[in-house]
Design a binder for this molecule. Structure first.
Ligand code: THU
Length: 162
């Protein structure tokens, strides 16, 4: 028997340790929570993507009375970024959640499975890992690419003919 062990490295930074660019993307995600449409869960999620053209694109969760028709904040942001600037690369992505009492969640707002898959595709498009920033009360979790959260992800290399 062979055993394959998968290790994940997550750095937890204090706000004072963030770069100027990281700070900007975190602030943009935080302010995007105010544009969430979440009358059902009352959980406001904001996301922000920093692109290689310098633009910061934000998104927020958009819920629907037919629950599965809603969309997470990070997918809203990633899809908007890609539809607005199809040739730009997404360098950084921040996701943050705010509870019904309007305070930022103590824990990180980790992307759901479907969002992880969409982020993986965005990395495939740009050919590089996307830095993911997840603020929490403990500090800002910094991940170098979605493979940290989605090892063995399914990508185009599995479907293309060789
Ligand atoms: N949500 C996000 O927008 N992003 C996540 O990473 C987790 C969950 C949204 C979906 C729904 O509107 C609300 O949070 C509660 O699940």
């Amino acid at each position: 028997m062979k055993t394959l062990e998968i290790a994940a490295k997550i750095h937890i930074l204090d706000e004072s340790e963030l770069t100027f660019e990281q700070k900007n993307v975190v602030e943009a995600a935080k302010s995007a929570t105010s544009r969430s449409y979440s009358p059902y869960s009352h959980y406001k999620v904001g996301a922000a993507c920093l692109l290689d053209n310098g633009e910061i694109i934000t998104g927020s969760n958009q819920e629907n009375a037919a629950y599965p028709s809603g969309l997470c904040a990070e997918r809203t942001a990633v899809f908007y970024a890609q539809s607005r600037y199809p040739d730009a690369r997404i360098l950084k992505l921040c996701i943050v959640g705010k509870t019904a009492s309007d305070v930022f969640s103590r824990e990180v707002c980790a992307p759901c499975g479907a969002c992880r898959q969409v982020i993986l595709e965005a990395e495939y498009r740009s050919g590089a890992p996307i830095e993911i920033l997840l603020p929490s009360q403990e500090g800002i979790y910094v991940l170098n690419g979605i493979s940290t959260l989605l090892p063995f992800g399914f990508t185009y290399k599995e479907v293309k003919e060789t």
